[in-house]
Design a protein around this ligand. Structure first.
Ligand code: TXA
Ligand code: MG
Length: 305
């Protein structure tokens, strides 16, 4: 059910969950300081309680009420990327955030989203938690219709149109004196060099992931996905508009990096709508920039990571 800004504010202040638009993906919002409302969000998504939530703020300066001291670089990162698709994981005063929000960690993830409707909403409600508005494990929702697919037509959605970026925020954490990447996202890693003086690195596999969310199944449509170099026997192909593919096979094609980011989750959901049981991904995914995030999401969707 599409709700107005006023209705969304009223529902949230009453302790209900509401789907809200952001520039990355739709979020399943609730008040961060209302434990029951936060628990509803976990239950609705069927999200493991060990996977903590991001707090969304109207303004960067609101971070200061949660933290004791800011790691170096926070202000420069916030100036450069907020409002926008960057999430920063910061050590906090633990009494400032209910444990259920942060899965009992002593850190908290924050971001200042750029979507104008949600910025306005946040000024009226105060800080909100908002995990992606999809059932746990499914591709994120980038359109109100996707939210309705997962939570039903009666679920309240603040309609902000199609999300402009299409992939989640990039998550950075400060570890041993450097910023590390917790999750690839809508900001390509190269973009941080001008602010940090270095390109932040992903923690290598094998260790405990920096973001607990990386341990769980993600972004998967019902169709079985696998990567192939030879696509001549493919039942359906997820590929790239710049390439030529065999004729007579259902094709699901991505454009350039920005377009691919914008289209990816809708494309994965479209496979399900068409009842596809299996699709082969062209293994020759372009490299660099946002393609790294697109590739990581495809690998997760194919259960490779
Ligand atoms: O673009 C986005 O970030 C979207 C929109 C709605 O803002 N939100 C989103 O939330 O993707 P979610 O809950 O689907 O993913 C949040 C990720 C998870 O991987 C979680 O493990 C990680 O953030 N995270 C949250 N708090 C953390 C913390 N304290 N330490 C490390 N990772 C954390
Ligand atoms: Mg998610």
């Amino acid at each position: 059910m599409r709700v107005t800004l006023e209705e969304a504010v009223r529902l949230l202040l009453q302790g209900e969950a509401v789907a809200i638009p952001t520039e990355t993906v739709y979020g399943l919002a609730a008040r961060y300081d209302d434990r029951e409302a936060v628990k509803k969000v976990f239950a609705l998504k069927k999200r493991p309680p060990a996977n903590p939530l991001i707090i969304h703020l109207a303004e960067s300066r609101e971070v200061s009420r949660f933290v004791e001291a800011l790691p170096e670089g926070v202000e420069a990162l916030a100036d450069a990327f907020w409002p926008g698709p960057l999430t920063l994981v910061l050590p906090i005063k633990t009494e400032a955030v209910p444990a259920v929000v942060r899965a009992d960690l002593s850190t908290q993830a924050f971001r200042v989203p750029a979507h104008p409707l949600t910025r306005q909403l946040l000024t009226l409600t105060g800080p909100l938690v908002a995990p992606s508005a999809n059932l746990s494990g499914r591709p994120s929702a980038v359109d109100p219709e996707h939210v309705e697919e997962d939570f039903g037509k009666a679920f309240p959605v603040l309609d902000g149109g199609r999300c402009g970026k299409g992939l989640e925020s990039t998550i950075l954490l400060f570890q041993h004196g450097v910023w590390m990447v917790g999750r690839l996202g809508s900001i390509p890693l190269e973009a941080f060099e001008k602010v940090l003086g270095y390109v932040p690195q992903l923690a290598q596999g094998g260790e405990r992931p920096l973001c607990p969310g990386q341990m769980f199944r993600h972004y998967a449509p019902k169709a079985n996905l696998s990567f192939h170099e030879d696509l001549s026997k493919a039942p359906a192909i997820i590929g790239f508009k710049c390439r030529v593919y065999p004729q007579g096979v259902p094709l699901f094609l991505l454009g350039d990096a920005e377009e691919a980011a914008f289209e990816l989750y809708a494309l994965l959901r479209e496979l399900d709508r068409q009842g596809m049981k299996e699709a082969w991904i062209d293994a020759a995914v372009p490299k660099g920039g946002l393609w790294e995030t697109v590739l990581e999401r495809l690998r997760k969707a194919a259960h490779l990571v």
